[in-house]
Design a protein around this ligand. Sequence first.
Ligand code: M6R
Length: 360
Amino acid sequence: EKGGHKHFMAKEIAEQPAVIGDALGHHIQNGQIALPDVDFTKIDRLVMVACGTAFYACLTAKYWFEQLAGIPVEVDIASEFRYREPPIPTGTVALFVSQSGETADTLAALQYCEGRADQILSVVNVPESSIARGSDVVLPIYAGTEIGVASTKAFTCQLVVLVLMALKAAQDKGRMDAETLNGHLTDLRNLPGLMNHALSGNTVMKKLARKLAEATDILFLGRGQMYPLAMEGALKLKEISYIHAEGYASGELKHGPIALVDKKTPIVVMAPSDRLFDKTVSNMQEVMARGGKVLLITDAKGAEEAGDGMWETLIMPEVPDLFAPILYAIPAQLLAYHTAVAKGTDVDQPRNLAKSVTVE
Ligand code: M6R
């Protein structure tokens, strides 16, 4: 049942190119994004609510909806949103993201939006779940059953559905021409191939993980749309390896966390060579000047631009900017997985955690 893998988590990480292919096949038809039940022209404002990894998928999607479609987005953790009881102005569509569709706080947040939001959408893996049943429109992610407590393939499939929504919104709002959209869809279809490539570096991952396993604290840094992924990488690592990890926006470093940097602290920087790369390079230099050990995850161009002095560098295939968080989720997951294996923890059933949090 684990398909030759030692853990469900390993199997589910490896399945990502295939399930993403499925998700794309379902949501793109005849070369068009097929999300027929959502009228994106009517969305003035989007409120996205979720927990844990699904929350980080929402935070990533905020960059997409705002940049591509010009839709202002508010993202909140369900347990905060439900008790804060925020005002929901007319023109607001509420979007809930949940693998299980049964997370108690997310469901309560959805119920709060009933009768307040113009429309309730959900992005779920389980179409017959409570959250799906409470939604006006359900967008399935087609990840297949996810058993490992640490969410992996559900996260990348959530990202794929969310980026398709943002692209469709951009098209419907007249902000993207057909040619640009087709270019993005072609890039998306190439993503499973790039993911296979990213999955192939297991020996290197194991070597890096053995080094990370010796640390007691690890910082993850990312900028722009890679910032939520830094938090996701930290969550994944702490969840299954029990190593303390924090994800920060690279630019926040000097506002506090740089005080933590010393010779013992690995700093994982997730930075494809995009338009913000040189800023990240200066952040890394600040860290290295204080003896910090930088593990840079980037592409070949980024590795060259970053220069010398890295503790370790992990080279990823080049990927169009927009889809970098989806591809870079793979090394984040693999590092957490191999670190947990090196530490001998229970990868699929980490202590104190449940797969589906159905009570608050
Ligand atoms: O089923 P959901 O997507 O609503 O679950 C939300 C979180 O409980 C979940 O993502 C959790 O953070 C994972 N264990 C993270 O790997």
